[in-house]
Design a protein. Structure first.
Ligand code: UPG
Length: 449
């Protein structure tokens, strides 16, 4: 820790401008606390006792269907919306901000979010501001997209989250040598940094000064996270300082965090906290039925009060344990529509959904309640590959299940129905021609149809 402290002072001393230096110093002190906590936790090696983890009690998770709408829109003027937008789309092979990816009708995640808020503000005649937390990785992409909204019905504020130095595994010393050292030597310390960054950027005080009391936080890739007046009303009625929207877990959600009861208090449990011998338990749908959508509702005055204790959380939802009356709301799946992979992207781009004021709505002509299950193989993992392999997004309104493996390419105006499985083995290639209709088909081998 001593060596780290010296290195940090040296880093801070590479900054000349006094104001910048002060802000950077504060950031590095926060990093240093996190680092020393890491050292002490590593020494103890446990933070949660697995045997004390229980499923949440009934009153810790409220069912969405029991909530009632407020009589008017007055609450909305006390609300602000924040998107955590510091992450990159690395899992989809992107080098920039994931929210800058075009998802539908030439609009990016950010454009759709702006549309959603704009629609809320105009139809309800309110002034809900949009706050975007960016990181040094996503700041430029974000500004480029939002600049066109400068004169619209939505006020957009951005602030940058912290930038911490990466450390060498062996020596535990920082990688960067100077404050302006290359990007690759730094990292954004997770969305839990939102509290610290909101506070230090001055945005928390600015919101409070404007009379905003509640903050709705969600992931920037979750297009289902629209403002819900019933949830806001419930928050006010129950004096809950923190609400987490959870939803029923399916096999596809095994990685998400879950709410648990720990010695009578409600807490978030993330896979990273689970000892490896219990990883399978954690993933099971039976014991942990719900997972965190990361749609969080936070009382801003309470946040200000407890800033000192929550500044070091790495996951935003983990802060729930510090607030009074914090609990979960079990919401419909439609409030969690993320794009974590190119399979998710195919679904959202397809005719299964259409857009209404930036919101995705299920196509009425689909006969089933559920959306198709899509599994695209490794050849579709990266966004560039995905774009190259689909000349046009197929029509899938009557599809139940699609599995694609290997070197497969789709032409224009392809229609997929029922269960379709396409397998190109190693060294083979399958091209689905323009206008092709596949219904309950299994294609494999080396096909040039
Ligand atoms: N993000 C930041 N800053 C960071 C890291 C991430 O703003 O330093 C943003 C990112 O842009 C995205 C969001 O945080 O919008 C979520 O990040 P992601 O990596 O997609 O999610 P996880 O951190 O793996 O999981 C979160 C919750 C988990 C929940 C899941 C739902 O921690 O409990 O189940 O979101 O998708």
């Amino acid at each position: 820790a001593k060596a780290m402290r010296n290195d940090i002072s040296r880093l801070v001393n590479t900054v000349e401008d006094l104001a910048t230096k002060k802000a950077f110093d504060t950031e590095m002190q926060s990093f240093f606390y996190l680092f020393t906590r890491y050292l002490s936790e590593r020494a103890k090696s446990v933070d949660l006792d697995w045997d004390r983890i229980k499923s949440p009690a009934e009153d810790q998770i409220v069912l969405y269907d029991t909530l009632v709408a407020p009589k008017d829109q007055a609450n909305l003027n006390r609300l602000a919306v924040l998107k955590v937008n510091g992450g990159l789309g690395t899992s989809m092979g992107m080098t920039g901000a994931k929210s800058a990816l075009e998802v539908k009708d030439d609009m990016t995640f950010l454009d759709l979010t702006v549309r959603q808020i704009e629609h809320l503000n105009t139809t309800r005649n309110v002034d809900v501001p949009l706050i975007l937390m960016t990181s040094f990785n996503t700041h430029e992409d974000t500004l480029r997209i939002i600049k066109k909204y400068a004169n619209q019905q939505v006020r957009i504020t951005t602030f940058n989250q912290s930038r911490y130095p990466r450390i060498y595994k062996e020596t535990l010393l920082p990688c960067p040598k100077r404050a302006d050292d290359d990007k690759k030597h730094w990292y954004p310390p997770g969305h839990g940094d939102v509290y610290n960054a909101l506070f230090h950027s001055g945005v928390l005080d600015q919101l409070l000064a404007e009379g905003k009391e509640y903050l709705f936080v969600s992931n920037s890739d979750n297009l289902g996270a629209v403002v819900d007046e019933k949830i806001l009303q419930h928050m006010i009625e129950t004096n809950a300082e923190f609400l987490m929207e959870v939803t029923d877990k399916t096999k596809a959600d095994i990685k998400g965090g879950t709410l648990i009861d720990y010695e009578g208090s409600v807490r978030l449990l993330e896979i990273a906290q689970v000892p490896s011998e219990h990883a399978e338990d954690f993933k099971s749908i039976r014991k942990f039925k719900i997972f965190n959508t990361n749609n969080l509702w936070i009382n801003l005055k309470a946040l200000k009060r407890i800033m000192a204790v929550i500044q070091l959380e790495t996951a935003a939802g983990a802060a729930i344990k510090h607030f009074k009356n914090g609990h979960g709301i079990n919401v419909p799946r439609s409030r969690f529509l993320p794009v974590k992979s190119c399979s998710d992207l195919l679904l959202i781009k397809s005719d299964i959904y259409s857009l209404q004021h930036g919101q995705l709505v299920l196509n009425e002509s689909r006969m089933f309640e559920t959306t198709p299950v899509i599994k695209l193989g490794d050849h579709f993992k990266k966004i560039q590959q995905f774009q190259k392999r689909f000349k046009k997004i197929p029509r899938i309104i009557e599809l139940d299940h699609l599995t694609v493996t290997g070197d497969v390419n789709f032409g224009r105006n392809v229609t997929l129905r029922g269960t379709v499985i396409i397998v190109a083995n190693e060294g083979q290639r399958i091209d689905i021609p323009d206008g092709c209709i596949l219904e309950n088909r299994l294609l494999s081998g080396n096909l040039n149809m």
